[in-house]
Write a protein that binds this ligand. Structure first.
Ligand SMILES: [Zn+2]
Length: 68
């Protein structure tokens, strides 16, 4: 299933400031949800508002086969 977004506090490895962002643990592409590559990248990463550094959170993309 697609997990709801949750808030995380991150210390930017580039400039060292702390900021919060929203990430997901997993998304499920089999439920008819439409995700672009940019959406997926955004869902699994946080972006520093100060320097623009993007850090992946290493989420999972779950793609379940449809069972009939
Ligand atoms: Zn930064």
């Amino acid at each position: 299933m697609t997990t709801p977004a949750y808030e995380v506090i991150v210390e930017c490895p580039n400039c060292g400031i702390e900021f919060h962002d929203w990430v997901r643990n997993s998304i499920n592409l089999s439920l008819g949800e439409t995700w672009t590559d940019d959406d997926i990248e955004e869902a699994f990463s946080v972006t520093c508002p100060e320097c623009g550094h993007r850090e992946s959170t290493g989420g999972l993309i779950v793609e379940m086969p449809t069972r009939l």
